[in-house]
Design a protein around this ligand. Structure first.
Ligand SMILES: Nc1ncnc2c1ncn2[C@@H]1O[C@H](COP(=O)(O)OP(=O)(O)OP(=O)(O)O)[C@@H](O)[C@H]1O
Ligand SMILES: [Mg+2]
Length: 449
């Protein structure tokens, strides 16, 4: 067993237990556990010893007893930052700033206003834990401003521009486009009341692109809900933004709401033990999807993620995102279509597409787009030097490909772990099949090698 690390210093565990200061502070805390000053010293010492993980429980106790103490709050934020729990640190920081603001205001406010309950934008810690708690607070708060969220109606991409992914396109057509084109038929089958659709898969393989194409097909009623539209530093405001988005969607039904990177908004609540503010957002999203207060008829919800394993299971239950579509790296015909699409309208000369397709197995759509862009950039340079248009050739693409590795590999490695250890209800079966097929295949031959 290793006793010392490479620089001859005892490892952290033993440094901690042999550290006289730590032992003394722990003894003092056993005698008076509520002493914030002693606990703060202990935390400082642990941070100095690079033992931030051990400081986390103390940071929680510090918050429990000293949430309104600015120095304690600051120290706790440092601990959470040190262990990489940025969500908790950010939530605490937001609370601290709200606290600062409200104390500045209360210095100048008349006595009766100071006694009023703190609600809405002025809310401070402790953080409400559930949507119900929040809703009760909203009743007495100022009404939300109309939220603005991105409309993708102007998108010029259509499903025809998407290379391959035939099954995914068929599903999108069936789930969104057909019911919207035939509302009577959809109403007869009560189709429009069905739940949302989750696109998932490795990065750069076309999830967001598919959503833009759906918007292009639909015209007006497609709303892209970005994280920045929802998340707000004020506690309770994120939930309110989310409610306002759904409210606007109901007014504009039939329409599609698109949540990109849903894992950021709908994270597993068990991951958010220390970030109550974000737990509230997940709860709110659940109740909006259920149409708890209102009818969701005519609201189609589309979402995308490349971390489905981080999405709260409750979001995946029937009536919510109960249909899932795996968007995999493009196969050979899809790669050909993608390369065609990106070379379209570019001056190109006798490009050996078949060779390029064969050499790019395992490349994502985004990787392929990048290969073409790099080749085009090179041609532009050459054209400027030559003073005449130099077309894209196989050699340009070959050279670009040599410097662009596939970005799908690391995702597949992570995915393999989830398939192996958490495919209990078969949700990753399709991915497992793909990984198996990949495993049995040799590495891509490389262009003209
Ligand atoms: N099937 C495809 N057909 C044509 N172009 C594609 C396709 N897939 C990806 N692309 C190209 O790759 C780019 C990136 O794809 P997109 O942003 O949709 O990936 P994503 O799956 O949303 O990735 P992330 O998970 O990282 O958000 C697109 O803008 C497009 O240029
Ligand atoms: Mg995307």
């Amino acid at each position: 067993m290793r006793k010392f690390n490479s620089v001859g210093v005892p490892p952290i565990e033993s440094r901690m237990t042999t550290d006289g200061v730590i032992r003394a502070l722990e003894a003092a805390l056993r005698a008076s556990p509520d002493d914030l000053e002693v606990r703060s010293h202990l935390i400082e010492r642990l941070l100095t010893l690079d033992a931030a993980d051990d400081a986390v429980p103390h940071a929680h106790l510090l918050l429990e007893h000293g949430a309104d103490d600015d120095a304690a709050l600051e120290l706790a934020i440092r601990v959470f930052r040190a262990v990489g729990d940025d969500a908790t640190a950010a939530a605490l920081d937001a609370g601290r700033r709200a606290q600062e603001r409200s104390s500045e205001e209360s210095d100048t406010e008349p006595e009766e206003r100071r006694a009023m309950p703190v609600t809405g934008d002025d809310a401070i810690l402790p953080v409400p834990d559930t949507a119900d708690e929040l809703l009760s607070k909203w009743d007495s708060s100022t009404p939300p401003e109309e939220v603005t969220f991105g409309e993708l109606a102007a998108s010029e991409v259509t499903l025809d521009d998407i290379g391959g992914l035939d099954e995914v396109k068929r599903q999108l057509e069936r789930s969104f486009l057909a019911p919207l084109r035939n509302p009577e038929m959809a109403a007869a089958f009560r189709k429009s009341a069905s739940g949302g659709l989750l696109l998932w898969g490795p990065p750069g393989c076309g999830k967001t692109f598919l959503a833009r194409a759906t918007a292009g097909e639909m015209g007006a009623n497609f709303y892209n809900v970005g994280l920045a539209d929802i998340l707000d530093m004020w506690i309770g405001a994120s939930e309110r933004n989310l409610a306002a988005v759904f409210e606007a969607a109901r007014r504009n039904a039939p329409c599609v709401l698109f949540f990109d990177e849903i894992d950021a908004l709908g994270q597993k609540r068990s991951h958010l033990k220390h970030a109550a503010a974000l737990r509230g957002v997940v709860n709110q999203l659940l109740s909006e999807l259920d149409g708890v207060a209102d009818d969701n008829d005519g609201i189609f919800v589309l979402a995308a993620t490349n971390h489905p394993w981080d999405v709260d299971e409750a979001l995946l239950r029937p009536g919510r995102f109960d249909r899932r579509l795996l968007v995999l790296p493009p196969d050979a015909p899809a790669r050909r279509a993608i390369l065609d699409f990106h070379l379209r309208d570019r001056p190109a000369d006798g490009v050996d597409l078949a060779g390029l397709v064969a050499a790019t197995e395992g490349y994502s759509g985004a990787d392929l787009a990048f290969v073409v862009e790099s080749a085009v950039e090179q041609c532009l340079d050459e054209s400027l030097d030559a003073g005449t248009v130099v077309s894209v050739t196989t050699a340009h693409l070959e050279q670009a490909l040599a410097s662009v590795p596939s970005t799908v590999g690391p995702w597949l490695e992570t995915a393999r772990n989830h398939v192996t250890y958490s495919n209990r209800s078969g949700e990753y079966d399709e991915l497992e099949q793909y990984l198996r097929a990949q495993g049995g295949r040799k590495r891509p031959p490389g262009f003209r090698s």
